[in-house]
Each structure stands twice: as C-alpha cells, then as structure tokens.
Design a binder for this molecule. Structure first.
Ligand code: PLP
Length: 401
C-alpha cells in the first residue's frame, strides 16, 4: 500500500482546522471567533425550545426507523416549499418544482452541483462572490465544476460593491451559472437591498444565467422569515431559472442533524418527473436516504401552530442576540479610543463581521491574545459575549493601532 504515502497532503479546512487549534489551546482567556455556530451570551450552544418540544412529541409517537424515501417525505418537501417560496407561489404546486431533502446545505449543494455537471446544457462555470464561504469553491471544484468570481465587497469602504458586482454580471458569458447567498452573506454580512435584488434579477435574466441560491440563514439573519426570503422570491416572480438550497442548520439549531431541502424550479410535470428520476439515482449513489430525525423535528415545528409560534420567537431571540453583540463590540471598540471607523459592524447582518483586519493582525490576535478568527478577517459574532467583549475590543485595538 505504498501509494498512500505518495498522496499529497491537502490543506486543512480553514474553519474546522481553526476549531482544532482553539481546542488544543489551554490558555485563559481564549476566545473562539472562528466558526459560524450560534452561542448564547454565556458562550453555550443553544438548543431551541421548539426543537426540544418537537423531540418529546416524536418520542411519544414511537415512530419506526425504516428508511425514508430517497428524496425525502412528501410532507417535508411540501412544508419546505411553503416556508421558502411561500404558500401562494406559482411554483408551490405539483409540476412546478422538484424538491428533495438534502443533507443540510452542503449535501443539497453537492447533489445540485453533480446534477448540473451531468445535465446543464449551458456553460458549466459557477460564478461565486469574491469573497465567499470557503467551502463553495472546494465543493464545486471537487464535484467537477469550475468556478470563477464576481466582485462583491468594497474593501476600502467596507461595504457591498454593488456597481462592481453588476458590471461583472453584465460581462458573464450567456448561460453561465451564478451562486448567490440568499441572505446574511457569508463572510461579509452585507446583502443587497430589495431594490438592488430587483436590478440583479433583471441582469441575471438578460444574461440567461442559471442561479444557485444558497439559503443558509432564512429567519436567522434578520429574525423575519419573509425578509430573508426576498432575494429568491423576487427572482421566482420574474421566472429566473434556479435551484434553491435551504439549510435548517442555523435557523433550527440542527447543525449536526444534517437537514435541509433543495428545490429546482421547473415548467411542467413532464420536466419534474424526469429531473426527479435522475436526482433519485444521484442521491442513491451519494447517501441513499436522508436522515429521519432532523426532518421529523422540522416537520413537527412547521405543522404544530404552537411550536411554529415558539420557533418564530426564538428566531428573533437569536437574531437579536447577534445584533446586540454587534452593538456591544462597536461600543467597546469606540471606548478603546481607536481612531478607526468601526461603524460597519452594526451595518452588517448575520453570523459574521468582515473586519478588514490583515492576516498579520489576525495571527497576532491568536498568538498573543488567544483570540481565534479566520485569516480572511471574518469574525464570528456569536463568539462575542458580555464577558469577553471588552477583552476582544482591547486586543483588536492593540493589533490595529
Ligand atoms: N452555505 C453557507 C453560505 C453557509 O454559511 C453554510 C454554513 O455555514 C452552508 C451553506 C451550509 O452549512 P450546512 O451544510 O451545515 O447546512
């Protein structure tokens, strides 16, 4: 088996590699601002109460553990369409969408990517924003799709580079593929406004682009389920060709359960049947059948009005906790006397703040102060708590002054 030794060593995953380093670090204090998972102000994982109640109900039902259908249960798929596109969407009826239960966001993206690689008749190039979530490039490239980037972020003004983005979309060859973050852009935290999404939609239509909509934060970003869905609902209204990949990791706190729903929008039942037949073969070759438990929880929360109400309240609690952590961090940075303008922190939304800190500054934060962030400058807001915010602000000030 000597050939194993000749395999080149791959680079570590930027995010999970950093988690390992953090866990090994025995210093105190230490702060993890690396990974995008929600934490309470006590720096603890949060199990949503609606999820706990749903689990109790499921346990009482003593349900079997047989395989779920390859593409997931019909009820789960229908509820996911109600949640994403809305009950009244023209696409939310038989023959207008093909939905399957994916393994959270990554699993949905992966099946969609394999499907596009096999069948997409246009240009098999996926345009991703610069910057984007580090796994996008890895995922598409590993699955045989090339990637290129479009401008998204204005580093000088720490804002969305809308003009740059529109110029780049305008130049994309016809029938290419483009990926958007539906809300809470990772890592920048800057989303286009409703008006800007409308402009983007028109340009996407002109270029006849196929859209992959990565919907990892619906409800979690702003605390409002509909606001966070505006990007893809605007596009669906204008009949943009798209696949929507929804993850229930963040908005239900079901990270490790791997539950999500992916929907291709289609024109007819004839198309829907063909696509589904191919997706079923692909899913069989990948994970065969999606996991039961997480999907049952989501189904229970969506169908029990009391649990739905509780969930919506908890989404607001999570979104507000992140907003408040942003405010506190901004306040404490101002108190350090820093001459920099940090106002962008409260203008961004979602899990992350893209700070503009340099790689050298971030390495110093880690080595000297045991504060862990991605070297791209992405700071995970849930890691900020009332207890550590002052320490973090002071250390950031030290490395930036
Ligand atoms: N897409 C984006 C932009 C993300 O930030 C994430 C998670 O961090 C995902 C997709 C998918 O995550 P998961 O596979 O855990 O649902």
């Amino acid at each position: 088996i000597g050939w194993f030794a000749r395999i080149p060593r791959a680079e570590r995953d930027a995010i999970f590699g950093l988690v390992e380093d953090f866990q090994k670090d025995t210093s105190k204090p230490k702060v993890n601002l690396g990974i995008g998972v929600f934490r309470t102000d006590e720096d603890k994982p949060y199990i949503l109460k609606c999820v706990q109640k749903a689990e109790e109900k499921i346990l009482k039902k003593r349900m079997d553990k047989e395989y779920s259908p390859v593409a997931g249960f019909e009820i789960f798929k229908k509820l996911s369409m109600d949640f994403t596109f809305g009950k009244s969407s023209v696409f939310n009826k038989p023959g207008r969408h093909v939905t399957f239960q994916g393994l959270s966001g990554c699993g949905g993206l992966s099946i969609a990517a394999q499907f596009l690689r096999m069948f997409y008749p246009g240009r098999k190039m996926v345009y991703i924003s610069d910057p984007t979530w580090p796994n996008h490039q890895n995922l598409f490239n590993k699955l045989g799709l090339k990637t290129d980037t479009y401008r998204y972020y204005d580093a000088e003004n720490i804002s969305l580079d809308f003009d740059g983005m529109m110029e780049d979309i305008h130049k994309m060859p016809y029938r290419s593929i483009i990926l958007f973050h539906a809300s809470a852009h990772n890592p920048t935290g800057f989303d286009p406004t409703e008006e800007q999404w409308k402009e983007i939609t028109e340009e996407v239509k002109k270029r006849k682009l196929y859209v992959i909509m990565d919907n990892a934060y619906q409800g979690f970003a702003s605390g409002d389920l509909n606001k966070d869905a505006q990007s893809f609902r605007i596009m669906a209204k204008r009949r943009v060709n798209m696949v929507l990949v929804t993850s229930y990791a963040k908005n239900f706190g079901l990270y490790g359960e791997r539950v999500g729903a992916t929907s291709f929008l289609v024109d007819s039942k004839h198309e829907a049947d063909k696509i589904l037949s191919q997706l079923i073969l692909l899913i069989r070759a990948n994970h065969s059948n999606p996991p039961l438990h997480g999907a049952r929880i989501v189904e229970e929360v969506f169908t029990d009005p009391c649990l739905t109400k509780l969930w919506i309240e908890e989404l607001k609690i999570m979104a507000n906790r992140l907003k408040s952590a942003r405010k506190q961090l901004l306040q404490k940075l101002k108190e350090t006397g820093s001459s920099r303008n940090w106002d962008f922190i409260t203008k961004q939304i979602g899990m992350f703040s893209y700070t503009g800190l340099t790689k050298e500054q971030i390495i110093r934060l880690q080595k000297e102060f045991h504060i862990y962030m991605l070297t791209s400058g992405r700071l995970a807001i849930p890691g900020i708590t009332s207890k550590n915010v002052e320490y973090v602000a002071k250390c950031i000030h030290k490395v930036t002054s």
